[in-house]
Design a protein around this ligand. Sequence first.
Ligand code: GRF
Length: 199
Amino acid sequence: ARLVVLVSGSGSNLQALLDASADPEYGARVVAVGADRDGIAGLDRAAAAGVPTFVDSVRGYETREAWDAALTRHVAEHKPDLVISAGFLKLVGAAFLEAFADRYINTHNSLLPAFPGMHGPRDALAYGVRVTGATLFFVDAGVDTGPIIAQVAVPVLPDDTEETLTERIKEAERRQLVESVGRLVREGWTINGRKVSIP
Ligand code: GRF
């Protein structure tokens, strides 16, 4: 199966997928990496793995719709079976969601529906929950609201800072992403009553 991964930052989730893809038994490989900005480690990781990259920055386009159309086109060129947002910090528009309906997934660093948005670990700490985690879900038009694929729980420890909690979540999140993507591509999936299988 063909994976296109979208990143905005360090790309440690991307790296986990690149590492998993090295084994042909995995059943999926990263065929391209897209970003919304230059100069990020995620792009370097892709280049080091010999995976083609593209960058579409919102500022490079006159309107948000034009950016969304370009991103849609660039992703589509790689004929993905699954598009994975892994620390991609942009909300895509209607054209993108339509083009990759039922095939666009995102990983978030909280147990949704708790703590959506940009600061999952910080918000979990501030609330005082004792357990948080990571959620993999199908993206819909809302913010962190789509159908859930998998969740993993991570304890919040008494001495946690935002940094230590963020790292503990990310370790579990990477494992979950690799396992869940492997399962999706092997077994296909059903979303909103529609069966999606990968050729
Ligand atoms: C992940 O924890 C994701 O949930 C959050 O940003 C992090 C991305 O990390 N939105 P990386 O770029 O994959 O290292």
